[in-house]
Design a protein around this ligand. Structure first.
Ligand code: PBG
Length: 322
């Protein structure tokens, strides 16, 4: 044998020298859940180690993460039931606690990269990402108007990136235009390009209490069986002015991450979602898996598939171990 691949694995020094994929803190974005009550902390029961935080606690959390080299955050609001209505009115009111908190975060940490989610579900009494009519249909074009107002309201708070996660047709272009017309041509859009109708979002919906009150999200989120369709979505998002393309969830969709990376020049993001995190925690609690080792392997595999950016609940934990 003159070819022995094991020679390149024979020592830690050589293994590191030939390592193809490396992960860095700057590749990670940390999702955070904001509570209305400023000093409150509440663990998400299905996501051990992940807490919903009032603004005062969140500022401390962001400070700690920044010291660890995590500088990007995706902030989601936990909206109490009495604030919800059919048209998600609170989502575009600049005096709502979420908007006020975003402004505080940007004031205290101007160097941090703050992303926000654009979709109606946390604010909607129907728990859907779009407007629901009397027959239970999700209305596309009527929803765009609300999404546009939501994006502009968030941009007014100084956020860096808007993340449309709603999967309505035409929303990236609509939001881009709304931002530009309001003077926010510098605010970026990270589109949830290939967002699948996935059961892996369960713990996130627990965290936000945002599960649909009836029906499911299959008329707008993608069928897990499809990959060609991701290319249609990516073409549209690119044409409509997205700055980043995202695949979500990550682990069951590594082929989609690779497909987008190979076919598009925009940076590719992947969302290592709540259920992917919860599965590992549950197995680790039983002593069936080594949580730290799995975390490293999972994140590395998502990067190897082609993700430049990974949104992950492991961000802080991973950074601590560097
Ligand atoms: C809102 C939204 C969801 C997630 C991010 N933005 C849930 C959903 O679409 O039902 C899921 C994130 C996660 O599971 O970690 N549209």
């Amino acid at each position: 044998m003159n070819i022995r691949p094991r020679r390149n694995r024979k020592s830690e020094a050589i293994r590191q020298m030939v390592q193809e994929t490396r992960l860095h803190q700057s590749n990670l974005m940390y999702p955070l859940f904001l509570l209305e009550s400023p000093n409150k902390t509440a663990e998400v029961h299905s996501m051990p180690g992940i807490y919903r935080l009032g603004i005062e606690k969140m500022l401390k959390e962001i400070e700690e993460c920044m010291k660890l080299g995590i500088k990007s955050f995706d902030i989601f609001p936990v909206v109490e039931e009495h604030h919800k209505d059919k048209t998600a009115t609170k989502s575009y009111q600049n005096d709502f606690f979420y908007q006020a908190a975003l402004k505080r975060v940007k004031q205290e940490f101007p160097e941090a990269c703050i992303m926000t989610d654009v979709a109606m579900d946390p604010y909607s009494s129907d728990g859907h990402d779009g407007l629901v009519d009397a027959n239970g249909n999700i209305l596309n074009d009527e929803t765009l108007e609300i999404l546009g107002k939501m994006g502009v309201s968030q941009a007014e708070m100084g956020v860096d990136i808007i993340g449309p996660s709603d999967m309505m047709d035409g929303r990236v272009g609509y939001i881009r235009e709304a931002l530009d017309l309001s003077g926010f041509s510098n605010v970026s859009i990270m589109s949830y390009t290939a967002k699948y109708a996935s059961a892996f979002y369960g713990p996130f919906r627990d965290a936000l209490d945002s599960a649909p009150k009836s029906g499911d999200k299959k008329t707008y989120q993608m069928n897990p069986a499809n990959s060609q369709e991701a290319l249609i979505e990516a073409d549209l998002d690119t044409e409509e002015g997205a700055d980043f393309l995202m695949v979500k969830p990550a682990l069951s969709y590594l082929d989609i991450i690779k497909q987008l990376k190979d076919n598009y020049d925009l940076p590719i993001a992947a969302y290592n979602v709540s259920g992917e995190y919860a599965m590992v925690c549950a197995a680790a609690e039983k002593g069936w898996l080594d949580k730290d080792a799995i975390m490293k392997e999972v994140l590395l595999s998502i990067k190897r598939a082609g993700a430049d950016i990974i949104l992950t609940y492991y961000a802080k934990e991973w950074a601590k171990q560097q």
